[in-house]
Design a protein around this ligand. Structure first.
Ligand SMILES: [Zn+2]
Length: 138
């Protein structure tokens, strides 16, 4: 009998995951999946209280869900960390682009190949020639 109870619990979780919209961020997806796991846990608790699940099945299902919740939590923290690193990089690039606006072209346009580097750089991103700190020529 426990099998009949356990199956819909697992199926419910799988169905929710497959209905994932494409534009959802990995972090939002992880949070949503964690909520689904918690919902399943709540249902499990309810069905156990109602006497629909044997104690042994309840325990093993609960451990499954808790394990899944823990790994989703870990993945979330990882994603959060990556998002933070991305934000730092974005700010750095924005700051450099803002800086470039106030710079003369010779600070980012390569004197060697003429490549216009997107950011003020010391060396040309195209040919590797030195850009800044070069003796100024008029
Ligand atoms: Zn160059």
């Amino acid at each position: 009998m426990a099998v009949f109870v356990a199956m819909p619990l697992l199926a419910r979780k799988g169905a929710a995951t497959s209905r994932l919209p494409v534009d959802v961020t990995p972090l939002a997806d992880l949070k949503r999946r964690r909520l689904v796991v918690y919902e399943n846990l709540k249902d499990l608790e309810f069905e156990y209280q109602a006497g629909k699940i044997a104690a042994q099945d309840y325990q093993s299902l609960k451990q499954n869900y808790l394990g899944e919740a823990a790994s989703l939590m870990a993945a979330s923290q990882e994603a959060e960390h990556l998002k933070e690193a991305d934000a730092v990089l974005e700010r750095e690039i924005a700051a450099r682009r803002a800086l470039r606006k106030n710079l003369p072209p010779q600070d980012y346009v390569c004197p060697h190949c003429g490549f216009e580097n997107p950011l003020p750089v010391k060396f040309c991103g195209e040919c590797g020639a030195r850009i800044t700190d070069r003796p100024s020529i008029t």
